[in-house]
Structures are given as C-alpha cells and as structure tokens.
Ligand binder design. Structure first.
Ligand SMILES: Nc1ncnc2c1ncn2[C@@H]1O[C@H](COP(=O)(O)OP(=O)(O)O)[C@@H](O)[C@H]1O
Ligand SMILES: [Mg+2]
Length: 390
C-alpha cells in the first residue's frame, strides 16, 4: 500500500484523480475537462498531459491523456474585458485525446486498460444522491469491463439527443410523426443492450456486496442492490424481451413524450435501489449505515472487477479512512490487503493502526510535489507535522 500524507490543498486528490483519469477516461469530480487543466496556465494553446506506465500481467502499457486548449472565438483576445462580453478564458475550450502505447485511441480504447476503483468522501451520494449518480457508478463499472458497453452508451446518448430534438420539432409541427419511427428503433436496439448488461451486472454485484456488507455492518445487516429500470420488465430480460418492453413503454408514453418534447422511456432514466435489511437506504439509512453500504458497494466493485478480469484493479482511497471508526477502518484495510496496489491519501497518520502503517510505503505531498517519507511509517510521530516542515 502506498500512503500519501499532506495537508489540505496540497494535491493529494489531484494525484489520485490523475490515476483514475487514466482508468476511466474522465474525471471523477470535475464536470468539465477545463477544470483539469491548471487554471493559471490556460491560454489559447496549452498542452497538458497525464501519463503512466502500467504493468499488467507482465506487459507494460503506456497510457496517456493529453489536453489541448483552443480559442473558440479567435477575435476575443482581451485578457479581461470590462464590459459584459465573454472573457478571454471563457472562450477557451479544452479537448482531450487518448493514447495507448503511443497510438491514438478513443475513450473506449483507453478505458479497461487500467482498472481502478476510487473511494472518496463524495461516495455517500451513491445512497443519498440522484439516480444519475448511481447510473454513473454502474456505467463506470461496466465500461471498465466492456469497452463495447461504453460505445453503446455513447451511441444511445446521441440517439436520445436526436430523438429529443425531433420531439421538439414535432411539437411545433416542423417534422412528420413518421420520422420518429427510425429513432424509436435505434433507441430500442441500443437501449435493450444497455439494460441487459446492467441487469446481469447488478445481479452479480448484489451477490458480491452482500457478504462484505454483512461483515462490515458488524450486526449482520443484509444489503441488496436492485436494478430499477424505467421500463416495466415483463419477460425473461433477454435482449429480445427487453426490446419488446421498451417498445411497449414508448407506445404507452407517446402522448406524454410529444407533449413534453423529451424522451421519457429508456435506460437513461434507470435507477439502482440499495436496500439495507429490506429498507430503501436512500430514505431510511442513517449516515453510519449509508457509509457502510457505500463501503460495501465499493469493495464489491473492486472484487467484481477482479473476478471478471482475473486481474486486480488499482484501489484509490481518497481521504476516507479518517471518517471511519477503528473497527471498520481495520476491516477495509484487511480486505484491501488482498490487492496488489492501493493508493491511500490522508492528512494525518494518527487514525491508522501501526500494524497497517508498517506495511505501507509513505510519501509526503507538499504543494503539488511528492517526496519520500522515510522507511518506517509505524515509528513516525503520528499526527505531528514534523514531516511536512522537515
Ligand atoms: N484547474 C486547476 N487549476 C489550478 N489549481 C487547481 C485546479 N484544480 C484544482 N486546483 C487546486 O489544486 C489544489 C490541490 O487540490 P487537492 O488535490 O484537492 O488537494 P488535497 O486533496 O491535498 O486537499 C487545490 O488548492 C485546488 O484549488
Ligand atoms: Mg483531497
């Protein structure tokens, strides 16, 4: 295990985020690629790069994400306009490019090369947040196993966009209803593939998460993860029966769709339900219970990736250990002891037991730089700040 200690704002999360970016081809926390490029140095023609050498099953892989900024409005060269016109930096967009062993790839060609699971303080959103948070969790997990799934999702998103556009045109009478048929079929084909994959994944994930949660909760509480599709399932969940179900939902909701001008049926509206002892965790779980459920889901994500890939994901624990009580912290670290590479960030060593520290290799993160911390973490002065100043 690799431990990164540093005060707030020194760059610990940035480091883990960079690793995660190479795994999932997007940021864990930033909503736009622009936020990933150093703000002070962004200009009309900035390059930034995140790259790593990955050793997998004896093969060496070089993964790389390049960011290039461009001026979208070349006439706008004012550094800071005093009027209301968009500022110079507002008209810069950032585009990202991927490479594997030097060869250009699409996002679906990068994802899956390096598998990773990120634990962060935002994970509670998996329980209390909106369905989109849970869809994202599921989509990232499946995409890491199956780049075809990511391509399917990307096509599906474009279909929904085009279909929404058409529904709006229909509303104002500038398109013919027959044009919708084409997009209905596209939606059904991609949508049923996505749903089929989500169903099998959630089924297995729930099986893997159950026993982990049972142990973590300490009082044998049962965890279940249930797929809640936006479309009623009537058959045996094969691609054919799912296609029929989506078609049925589209027909039933035709009027609503044309009235609202948006696509209301399909997996872009799916959800996952997390049950603790049979109760919906989003509504009933205490914060402690939600935290345990989230840990179980994340550990299950790692175990599931390992099981499916026959290869261990890299584990990224961003400042989560200090939030846990000692018992749960020990259980998590013991569970992760079975993984070859775990990156842990923390502001202080105090909460981490000596027997775990002695297995860790420590580094200090100071102002964006990483420096080695000395051979034996267990004999360091715990939470003191000596290391940072010395
Ligand atoms: N695009 C950016 N440009 C410049 N600074 C940034 C950018 N994104 C984040 N930062 C800064 O990087 C610093 C380190 O952040 P972070 O990795 O979250 O710290 P830590 O996890 O160690 O508390 C923060 O001060 C943050 O404001
Ligand atoms: Mg942080």
């Amino acid at each position: 295990m690799l431990l990164f200690k540093g005060e707030n704002g020194q760059g610990k999360s940035n480091l883990l985020e960079a690793i995660y970016l190479l795994a999932i081809a997007k940021s864990a926390r930033a909503s736009t690629d622009r936020e990933l490029v150093r703000k002070q140095s962004i200009s009309a023609d900035t390059y930034s790069r995140v790259a790593a050498e990955v050793d997998r099953n004896g093969d060496s892989l070089r993964l790389q994400v390049d960011f290039q900024s461009r001026l979208t409005d070349p006439s706008n060269t004012e550094q800071d306009g005093e009027d209301d016109s968009p500022s110079y930096t507002d008209s810069i967009t950032v585009q990202k490019y991927f490479r594997v062993n030097g060869a250009p790839r699409r996002a679906s060609g990068l994802i899956g090369q390096l598998n990773a699971v990120m634990f962060s303080a935002d994970d509670l959103d998996l329980i209390y947040g909106s369905p989109s948070v849970r869809r994202r969790y599921l989509d990232i997990l499946i995409s890491q196993l199956d780049p075809g799934y990511l391509r399917s999702l990307q096509r599906y998103q474009r279909i929904v966009q085009q279909r929404n556009h058409l529904l709006k045109s229909l509303r104002v009478g500038s398109a013919m209803p027959a044009e919708l048929e084409f997009w209905d079929e596209e939606l059904i084909v991609e949508g049923s593939c996505i749903m089929a994959r989500r169903i099998t994944t959630v089924g297995r994930l729930s099986e893997v998460a159950g026993p982990i949660h049972w142990r973590l909760s300490g009082k044998g509480e049962a965890l279940e993860v249930i797929y809640r599709p936006n479309v009623a399932l009537t058959g045996d969940a094969t691609a054919e029966s799912l296609a029929r179900d989506i078609r049925g939902a589209i027909e039933d909701r035709r009027q609503r769709e044309t009235a609202q001008g948006v696509t209301v049926s399909g997996p872009h509206r799916d959800d996952l339900q997390v049950l603790v002892d049979g109760l919906d965790a989003g509504a009933y779980a205490s914060r402690g219970q939600a935290r345990t459920a989230v840990l179980a889901l994340k550990l299950a994500e790692a175990d599931y990736l390992k099981e499916q890939r026959g290869d261990e994901p890299v584990i990224l624990l961003d400042d989560v250990l200090s939030e846990l009580d000692a018992g749960r912290r020990a259980q998590v670290l013991e569970h992760l002891g079975a993984y070859q590479q775990t990156f842990i960030t923390t502001t202080d060593l105090g909460p981490i037991e000596g027997r775990f520290l002695s297995e860790m290799q420590g580094s200090l993160v100071v102002n964006g730089h990483v420096e080695p911390m000395g051979p034996d973490l267990a004999v360091q002065d715990g939470p003191s700040k000596e290391g940072l100043k010395g």
